[in-house]
Design a protein around this ligand. Sequence first.
Ligand SMILES: Cc1cc2nc3c(=O)[nH]c(=O)nc-3n(C[C@H](O)[C@H](O)[C@H](O)COP(=O)(O)OP(=O)(O)OC[C@H]3O[C@@H](n4cnc5c(N)ncnc54)[C@H](O)[C@@H]3O)c2cc1C
Ligand code: SF4
Ligand code: SF4
Length: 382
Amino acid sequence: MPRVFGSNELIEDVHRRGLCIGCGACVELCPYFKNYKGKTAQLFPCTLPQGRCFAYCPKAEVDLNEIYQYVWQTPYDGSALGPYRTILAARAGSEMAPAHYQGGGTASALMAFAMKSGRVKAAVLTRREGLTPVPEVVTDWTQVARLAGSKFMAAPTLAGLNAAVRQGQRDLGVVGTPCQMLAVAQMRMNPLGKPEHEVPVALTVGLFCNWSLDTRQLIDLLVQKVDIADISGMDIPPPPANTLVLETSRGPVEVSLNDIKPLIPHTCFICLDMTAELADVSVGMYEGRKGWNTLIVRSERGAQLVDDAVTAGFLATEAMSDEIVTHLSKAAVAKKERSLRMLIQRQLINTRNETDDGTNDGPRAALRMSPEVVDKILPPKR
Ligand SMILES: Cc1cc2nc3c(=O)[nH]c(=O)nc-3n(C[C@H](O)[C@H](O)[C@H](O)COP(=O)(O)OP(=O)(O)OC[C@H]3O[C@@H](n4cnc5c(N)ncnc54)[C@H](O)[C@@H]3O)c2cc1C
Ligand code: SF4
Ligand code: SF4
């Protein structure tokens, strides 16, 4: 069973260690946790020994074996891209109206089709208020594309999921980053085992992610360069560009990644997952092919959705080149290696904990996985 503690431990283990990514999984469960401009804070203390806030958090006592066993019926093996069936090139099909898609619009197309075909009744997405990313729950499939486009800041998207569940929404779809997909998997596991805590998620569309940005720090940086209200989109073109490009009415504004990278929350440096391994399907950019995405089809329901979306004209797919898959795998392995090194260095992985008799013999872990997989990702030097 997952190790579940309360909000005091969440503050101690996640907030005080600087590990909170602001995903929103602990927000909208009780009146105490709020997210403001990307930062999650607890307004009042709570003394409950166990809470969903801790249980859902993707940065506290995450047991990868338990989660992968639950989602994929197999333990976590540290493979580059996680479990999958196929990898395709994809873009939105002719049934999707043109929109401000980040790449090919695959994420929007799949979620829109999932709603149109009745698989999903409401989709938890992310829009911008100024520069600040906020959740929005959409119940009309024609509205999904309105929220297209990447907001490269850590977003409290899952506060929207919690609010939707509380309002009695069912058959929910969620689009989110790998840390958000991890939190959603923990939500679905119902770690406190209460029927009223059931989280009825019918589809997860994961996004590739190497890092995100701190919203407030990004605003502070950008107000010096551009009118924030005039930003209509943002892009990080593939290397060697080394820029964040802001779309404005006066044309593109480029900001060097050297200025941007100090704004990456440190918790991104302990994140192993680049391709949203716990999602039904995962979508990323297709380097070198504008207007297309890389699509990883993972679950059976994801595979059926992709097939049906192609038939219905919502999605177009092509075979993916082996070269791209190799490149993607190398990038994913590199993220695992550097994040695992950081987890070990910061003593956040597989640390000891309360013994059976209740005495504390060490700090709680951010992450747990089998020592064999640790050695597989970072082979010990002989
Ligand atoms: C923080 C971040 C980092 C990323 N890093 C990489 C990377 O390193 N390599 C790579 O290949 N791809 C990365 N992506 C994914 C990429 O930018 C596109 O989102 C993805 O390729 C899907 O493109 P699309 O055209 O299908 O998306 P669209 O159809 O335009 O839809 C985008 C969807 O993303 C959701 N969304 C936007 N911003 C956020 C957010 N901050 N949090 C949660 N959901 C959000 C929207 O609700 C929308 O549904 C990143 C995305 C984000 C948000
Ligand atoms: S659940 Fe998300 S928002 Fe809450 S403490 Fe954990 S990382 Fe932060
Ligand atoms: S790098 Fe990891 S922790 Fe950071 S935003 Fe992306 S998925 Fe979340």
